[in-house]
Write a protein that binds this ligand. Structure first.
Ligand code: BES
Ligand code: ZN
Length: 609
């Protein structure tokens, strides 16, 4: 940040004092944003957009309301792959603006000179084909195949490619929106729905301040089913019945979470099940979780994802990482909270099972990560936030909190958590803020645990809790029996859960042959599995062990599914076993995938768009 002239720092101090109780918090510097929110800060965004499916662009205006802490400073907002057309003051007069040099993957600063009285600016712009936040789908990329579809993905720093604003998680804003789209399509956002206005535009409003990465929009042929008074699900018509059945426990999850973490403060909790090309499992957009259809297994076995995205309503959306280096405050807390919700609804064993599987994945991945990537408070200097994305913020983060719980006792820890969410509600905070809370509220715990080892060093500390669960021990015994030559039909697998099957598949020896794969497949029907997690795990084994019978299933999966978590291991295995085949399959499907997925996969497969 540039240093403030002495007199404007004085003015800032005076301004902070003048309204008792509402002093603007100083926002910590964010290396992934060009904005200077301690000088001029955006507090509200008012969007007015038209969606043009033919041109695959959105165009219109955003009006940004401003708080001016340094009266001489310009407004600086983040822009990435947007076409800026005009910038005006409230009065309509044009303002002088300038787009700075483009920085790789961060975009450009848009600097706007303000008149002394300006308290808002209006930016007219259009999105471009290069912008990464918006994925425009052709009808054949949707479940129903009838209408085009659009969805946005803001996290981590993509919002700037569909809205020019201060795209930093430390800058919280409220927003409202007016969205025009073709007849027959419905627009939904991460906000309260206000219906259609007289001009046929969908209206939205969110009165709680959120970080900009949580502004989200989806538009397509949509149907809605209520799950309870405050919960419901949106999807394309052909998916809605399956979605409704799978997500039937949602209200109970919200109630469990409220008991554990304090009131749900966002009004409604709805989900939208997106078309299969959605690159993530879920995204915690406030009031409206975005979810992949690959969680619809038919038996609720993959609903931990709902518990996870719901938990973000506390950890992440209510209390937000101030910078992307503090990402574990979002995901580690959420993974911990998700597990508590799962335990409440489905019991200790189920929750422990999920945790043990997560630890297995963490340890496997940790061995492949550079030391800096293993650090909870991740040093991201010179890196894009997504370079720090791994199981470390999730599982190592959750294990740190479980360790604290172990030391504090569940009751005191629960009280601490509720206090944490309450004290920092609607704030963006740093790892140090959390550690300060811990030292203050649970000094005995703070004295015992090595917080520097946990938050500032690579590796997994030796005091990480390691739960055990009978359910998985039983699986390991059956894997051993199979390795010893017991035929599959004689193994004790009756009543196994999805999680047990995953453990089984992950435990199969490297030396498994294609013939053995065929025997397993005949007994258990993995190639025909309707469970995406099991199928993906099986297909990876099929690639590695040369089991060609699964080829057509693999090709269909790579064509239909855009979830990065699944595509990454499959293309990695393909590229190792048969690089030419990997390239050929990837070339066939690449345009169907979201940029979030292709930016990971291009490197793995060695193909450039
Ligand atoms: N917020 C994340 C998704 C995300 C993280 C998007 C970083 C962009 C950058 C979301 O809550 C998440 O963690 N989703 C997981 C599922 C979850 C059950 C672990 C996913 O998408 O796989
Ligand atoms: Zn998450």
């Amino acid at each position: 940040m540039r240093s403030l002239p002495v007199w404007s720092a004085l003015l800032l101090a005076l301004a902070c004092r003048s309204v008792p109780g509402s002093a603007p918090r100083t926002i910590v510097h964010d290396i992934h944003s060009f904005s200077e929110p301690n000088r001029v800060r955006v507090t509200h965004a008012s969007l007015d957009l038209t969606l043009d499916f033919g041109a695959r662009e959105a165009h219109g205006t955003v009006e940004l309301a401003l708080e001016r802490h340094d009266p001489m400073a310009p407004l600086v907002v983040d822009v990435h792959d947007l076409a800026i057309e005009a910038v005006t003051a409230k009065s309509g007069t044009s303002l002088v603006w300038d787009l700075g040099d483009e920085v790789d993957r961060l975009g450009q600063p848009l600097t706007i000179q303000l008149g002394s009285r300006d308290r808002s600016v209006r930016i007219r712009y259009r999105t471009t084909a290069r912008g990464e936040a918006m994925q425009w789908l052709a009808p054949e990329q949707t479940a129903d195949g009838k209408q085009p579809y659009l969805f946005t993905q803001g996290q981590s720093i993509l919002t700037r490619s569909w809205i020019p604003l201060q795209d930093s998680p430390g800058v919280r804003i409220t927003y409202d929106a007016r969205v025009r789209c073709p007849d027959g399509l419905t627009a939904v956002m991460s906000a309260e729905r206000l219906g259609k206005d007289s001009l046929g535009a969908w209206r939205f409003r969110l009165d709680h301040p959120i970080p900009p990465y949580l502004i989200a929009l989806a538009c397509g042929r949509l149907e809605f089913r209520a799950l309870s008074r405050r919960c419901g699900v949106w999807s394309e018509p052909s998916v809605i019945a399956r979605a409704e059945a799978e997500l039937a426990d949602t209200e109970r999850m919200v109630q469990a979470a409220e008991k554990l973490f304090g009131p749900y403060r966002w009004g409604r909790y709805d989900l939208i099940v997106l078309p299969p090309s959605f690159p993530f499992g879920g995204m915690e957009n406030p009031t409206l979780t975005f979810a992949t259809p690959t969680i619809l297994a038919g038996d609720k076995s993959l609903v931990a994802l709902v518990a996870h995205e719901l938990a973000h309503s506390w950890s992440g959306n209510l209390v937000t990482n101030a910078t992307w280096s503090d990402f574990w405050l979002n995901e580690g807390f959420t993974t911990y909270c998700e597990n508590r919700i799962m335990e409440t609804l489905y019991g200790r064993d189920r929750a422990a099972t999920e945790r043990v599987l997560e630890i297995g994945e963490l340890e496997e991945e940790m061995a492949t990560l550079e030391p800096w990537q293993q650090i909870l408070r991740t040093p991201l200097e010179g890196h894009h936030p997504d370079d720090g994305f791994s199981n470390v913020p999730y599982t190592k983060g959750a294990l740190f909190l479980s360790r604290l719980e172990e030391l504090a006792g569940r009751e005191r820890w629960g009280a601490f958590l509720r206090g944490y969410f309450d004290t920092h509600a609607f704030q963006s905070i740093t790892t140090q803020d959390f550690l300060d809370d811990l030292a203050r509220e649970l000094p005995d715990v703070y004295a015992v645990v090595d917080v520097a080892l946990w938050t500032a060093q690579p590796g997994l500390p030796a005091d990480a809790p390691r739960p055990r669960t009978e359910a998985l021990t039983a699986v390991d015994e059956q894997v051993a029996a199979w390795t010893d030559g017991i035929p599959p039909r004689e193994l004790s697998t009756r009543g196994w859960s999805t999680q047990q099957w995953l453990r089984f598949l992950r435990g199969l020896p490297q030396s498994t042959t294609a013939e053995q794969m065929a025997v397993l497949d005949e007994a258990f029907g993995f190639t025909r599995s309707g469970n995406s997690e099991i199928l993906c795990q099986w297909l990876e084994l099929a690639i590695r062990h040369g089991y060609g019978v699964a080829d057509s299933s693999l090709e269909r999966f790579l064509h239909d599914v855009g979830r990065r978590k699944f595509l990454r291991p499959l293309y990695t295995a393909l590229a190792q076993v048969n690089p030419e085949r990997a390239k050929a399959l990837y070339r066939q499907n690449r345009t169907r995938y979201h940029s979030v997925a292709t930016s990971t996969l291009d490197g793995i497969v060695g193909v450039k768009g």
